[in-house]
Design a protein around this ligand. Structure first.
Ligand SMILES: [Zn+2]
Length: 95
């Protein structure tokens, strides 16, 4: 999901103009670019919101968000230090 978000954010500048032009040519309606833009932005916002609320399997708190700070590419839980892809029962590791 983080890769998808990264693709949507970083790919917007190089891909969106070409994609919207192609879609406009297919549907012969310039308004379709606005629909595409809205869908693109809404998808990015929804993925970001879902990642923010992802819960750590060990401590049950948000994995990437600590109060106001959000580290979507953190490799550890910001609360208990559980590594990504680790089993929830693993002992605490060094931080
Ligand atoms: Zn945790």
């Amino acid at each position: 999901m983080r890769i998808t978000l990264l693709f949507l954010v970083l790919g917007f500048i190089p891909l969106f103009p070409r994609l919207s032009q192609a879609v406009t040519n297919v549907f012969h309606d310039p308004g379709i670019a606005l629909v595409l833009f809205s869908a693109w932005g809404l998808t990015a916002v929804l993925i970001f919101a879902r990642l923010q609320e992802f819960r750590c399997p060990r401590c049950g708190r948000t994995f990437f968000k600590e109060s106001w700070r959000v580290g979507l590419f953190s490799s550890r839980c910001v609360h208990c230090g559980l590594r990504k892809y680790a089993k929830s029962g693993e002992a605490h590791e060094d931080r």
